[in-house]
Write a protein that binds this ligand. Structure first.
Ligand SMILES: [Zn+2]
Length: 280
């Protein structure tokens, strides 16, 4: 079941997925401002697991609130993300820096008791019963501590931000600062293709069929995005560069609306940061 997290006060911008079996699980939490929507949707549920793809606040910001509301749930995260759930101070500060004016939309994050946080190994399997298995897949690139979750029987990939974002059937880039890495992202996409997923469940937003062509399309989009930004780099100041990229129909999807502008601008900044690191 998909739960709309009302990310940034919008519909169909952020998703959490509820999996019902012998053990009940949630994949993603949205921001702390999303927690009431999830609690409303799951009033009589005793969650056993909360799976987090990465600790960016639009994916994990609500984990603290939900851990409080669902006291049996283990919170599963990449080992490099665990400490940020236990003490979110540095994380919140880095989001404040990356998002600027948008920060208020992300909400705060409350700490989770270390005993509740489970650092997943690559390939670790969580058996929810009734043939539902969740496998943690290390998938760095968007962030070094990114996990995807794969359900091998239905061949569903919960991609977090590793496969970009899909809005009204149109893909767009999720390449934010401070640690987006193009090469590593492209390797991750190849690795995800080897899982032979049938469907991708995007955090932003919803289900996408024909997973392999979506993964390939995202790899191509990332390469175009990098080339388009690299070609402008050094020729214009960052603010001008962002406007120019967002006005280029070859780089910004046709379904682009003004509402996505802050996120896309952030993705331009993240790609610029990557390019500056590898080729100053
Ligand atoms: Zn995200």
């Amino acid at each position: 079941m998909i739960i709309d997290t009302h990310q940034f006060g919008r519909m169909r911008a952020g998703a959490a997925y509820y999996l019902h079996s012998t053990q009940d699980a949630l994949v993603e939490t949205g921001t702390s401002l999303s927690a009431p929507y999830i609690i409303d949707a799951l009033p009589d549920v005793a969650l056993d697991y909360i799976f987090i793809t990465h600790v960016h606040l639009d994916h994990a910001g609500g984990a603290g609130e939900l851990a409080r509301r669902y006291p049996h749930a283990k919170v599963v995260v990449h080992p490099r993300g665990a400490r940020h759930l236990i003490d979110p101070t540095r994380l919140v500060e880095s989001v404040r820096q990356a998002t600027g004016d948008m920060f208020a939309l992300y909400g705060e994050a409350i700490p989770i008791d270390g005993g509740r946080v489970h650092a997943a190994a690559d390939g670790e399997r969580f058996d929810l019963g009734d043939g539902i298995i969740i496998e943690a897949i290390y998938s760095p690139g968007h962030a070094p501590h990114h996990l995807c979750f794969f359900e091998p029987n239905e061949r569903i990939l919960f991609a977090g931000d590793a496969a970009g974002a899909l809005r009204n059937g149109v893909l767009y880039c999720t390449t934010p600062p401070p640690s987006f890495d193009l090469e590593v992202s492209l390797e991750t996409i190849e690795r995800l293709r080897l899982l032979h997923p049938k469907e991708i469940f995007y955090t932003h937003f919803g289900r996408g069929g024909n997973a392999d062509s979506l993964l390939l399309a995202y790899a191509n989009l990332l390469k175009h995005w990098a080339e388009g930004i690299d070609a402008r780099r050094g020729r214009m100041a960052p603010a001008e560069l962002i406007d120019d990229v967002l006005a280029d129909p070859r780089l910004v999807p046709s379904g682009f609306t003004e509402e996505l502008r802050p996120e896309l601008a952030m993705s331009v900044r993240g790609m610029l940061g990557y390019l500056e690191r590898v080729a100053p």
